[in-house]
Design a protein. Sequence first.
Length: 281
Amino acid sequence: MDSQFNAAGTEYRRIVLCADDFGMNAAVDAGILGLAGRGRLSGASCLVDGPTFEAGARRLADSGLQLGLHLNFTESFGQAGPCQPLSSLIASAYLRRLPRRALQASIERQLRRFEYRIGRVPDYVDGHQHVHQLPGVREALVEAMGRYPEPRPWLRDTGNPRAAGLPLRLRAKAWVIAALGAASLRRQARARGLRTSGGFLGVYDFQGGVPAYLSWMRRWLGACRDGDVLMCHPALGPDPRDALSAQRQAEFEVLGGEAMADLLAHYRISIVGAQAPGSSG
């Protein structure tokens, strides 16, 4: 990325702040759109089979955010194609039991649905619960990306977590996520000329309300480097069907509030979304 300076001539680090799960429910969608309106997001990742995606797609397309496909094989919305709990999916992936043709068909279907509703090609692709990097899924995804002309969508890389200063349980969670296929996805993507993101932040245990999330945000922003991706999961208002609803609301409060503005200024960080992040193949 090119350097960016504030009025005093001090260089900023620029990060890509992506909100996941657009389309999951109305509270999530409202939270993402609200933060977009405040200039507190770079992008939003879409669950294209989610119950509210179709209704919110036009407003999201007009938001000015980078928009990505949040590839889904674990959250059941009654959609066609493979779908199973994350633990079962991981086991099937590493036992090489995932049906390749069904994976390819589902990836293509999700990509086409994104393009139809948003009206353009996704800027990037990542995975709900990071499924995009699992064996079998990543090969089918990289193959599907090959049909796009340059510049192709970039892929989220979880393989370089910025976990300094976090407690051991969160560092371990970040490294487990990375170990589930990030290096192989990066290698395969680069072999096909696909871009991948740089460092990865935002992994935590979805507990603790505003105080905990503000504490983790302070540490993430202190550890990030130019071009890193920081994921988040905000929502505006409750949803009784969402087990993470309370913590999603806490994320929204932090991300949209003055404390976040103070942290961005303190650490000299700019939230951007105009360019693909981080490293490339």
